[in-house]
Design a protein around this ligand. Structure first.
Ligand code: PLP
Length: 368
């Protein structure tokens, strides 16, 4: 093994050991922090990149497919990457309360990090459209939850005005520190693979994450950490695809509630990432999303939320365009446990209920 390889593999081992300090300390020189910044962390980041043979089989032609399993962050989604930065900077600036609009995961993450930093968190959610697990988290982490009779886009409008008019910091992805924290996922992919992938497949809601990944890939390449840049392949649910159809969607609908957004604030940045990378946007139906969700669960033992499965659904839909022998990374943005209703209603499991409690019945049921 070459010295460089040895060092980098040691680095990767360290990242996955219990010594990982969280992504701000892990990538300090790449982030806008200074010696006065209090680091509010739950040791987020350093999530696994897992090869997925069942998806590779679907794509064929020697293509290697990995998933970046960001559902293994402390509150179960990639939002923690942005939140450690946004909350640390808010603390540095002396802020005492934060506010956000959320389809669920931002509220869970904002609540956890705000509390850890000794701040209050107020979260606006669309009443009735937030997955159970996410709502449970916001409540447990002690946020003040405001459920409005409107969708995410309405909620974001309100919190933007709130932060302009009252002493409260906005921690949605319009907050530039969110993007800074989230770009570290691109660094981790290159640190693990040794090079950028050919394609990065990612679900898009407010489109902050695709913008963050692109920033990360560009920064690493500019500093010689990689030779190439990936094509940025963004996917939205068909009933909620403003970036694909290039128009605001007034009543977005999809089973993937995390990306049920009709008017993404990071639209310009996302289009820039697509154009500069020679990538593209496409929509996937709820059926295609659930198909990918089931393959990941049943064949790979990977449980993600439906919004996350949009990245894999999109890759499958674009299978013929992937370069032969190429490398693809699909971002799994959130943990499947977030949305138990979706899981219970969408699986192919065999479930025998109400059995008598004796060995004969059980053996019979199994088919012995
Ligand atoms: C927030 C979120 C998204 C969308 O990310 P954007 O930055 O808003 O595009 C996708 N999946 C999950 C699970 C999310 O929580």
């Amino acid at each position: 093994m070459s010295l460089i390889k040895k060092i980098s593999s040691r680095f990767i081992q360290a990242k996955h050991s219990s010594n990982w300090p969280g992504l701000i300390e892990g990538y300090r020189e790449w982030l806008p922090v200074n010696k006065n910044t209090p680091i509010i962390t739950l040791k987020e980041g350093a999530t696994p990149l897992i090869q997925v043979p069942s998806i590779q089989k679907v794509i064929g032609r020697g293509v290697k497919v990995f998933v970046k399993y960001d559902g293994l962050n402390p509150t179960g989604s990639f939002k923690d990457r942005g939140m450690t930065m946004a909350i640390s900077k808010a603390k540095e600036e002396g802020c005492e309360a934060v506010i956000c609009a959320s389809t669920g995961n931002t509220s869970a993450s904002a609540a956890a990090y705000a509390k850890r930093g000794g701040m209050k968190a107020f979260v606006l959610i669309p009443d009735g459209y937030v997955a159970q697990g996410k709502l449970a988290q916001a409540l447990v982490y002690g946020a003040e939850v405001l459920a409005i009779k409107g969708n995410f886009d309405d909620a974001l409008e309100i919190v933007q005005q709130m932060s302009n008019n009252y002493p409260i910091t906005l921690v949605n992805s319009v907050n530039p520190y969110r993007i800074e924290g989230q770009k570290t996922a691109a660094f981790e992919i290159i640190d693990t693979l040794g090079e950028a992938p050919d394609w990065l497949c990612i679900p898009m809601g407010n489109a902050g994450n695709i913008s963050a990944y692109w920033k990360g890939f560009e920064e690493y390449k500019n500093k010689g950490k990689s030779k190439k840049l990936p094509k940025m392949m963004g996917f939205q649910a068909s009933g909620s695809a403003p970036l694909v159809f290039d128009k605001t969607i007034n009543n977005p609908e999809t089973i993937a509630t995390a990306i049920r957004i009709g008017n993404p604030v990071n639209k310009v940045k996302a289009i820039n990432a697509k154009e500069k990378s020679n990538g593209s946007f496409l929509d996937v139906t709820d059926e295609e999303i659930i198909n990918a969700y089931k393959i990941l669960g049943q064949e790979e033992g990977i449980f993600c939320e439906p919004a996350s499965a949009a990245s894999v659904a999109g890759l499958i839909k674009r299978a013929e365009e992937v370069p032969t022998n190429g490398t693809v990374v699909c971002v799994l943005t959130g943990n499947g446990l977030k949305d138990p209703d979706c899981a219970i209603n969408n699986n192919n499991a065999v479930f025998h209920s109400g059995l008598e409690s004796n060995i004969k019945t059980v053996a019979n049921a199994i088919g012995f």
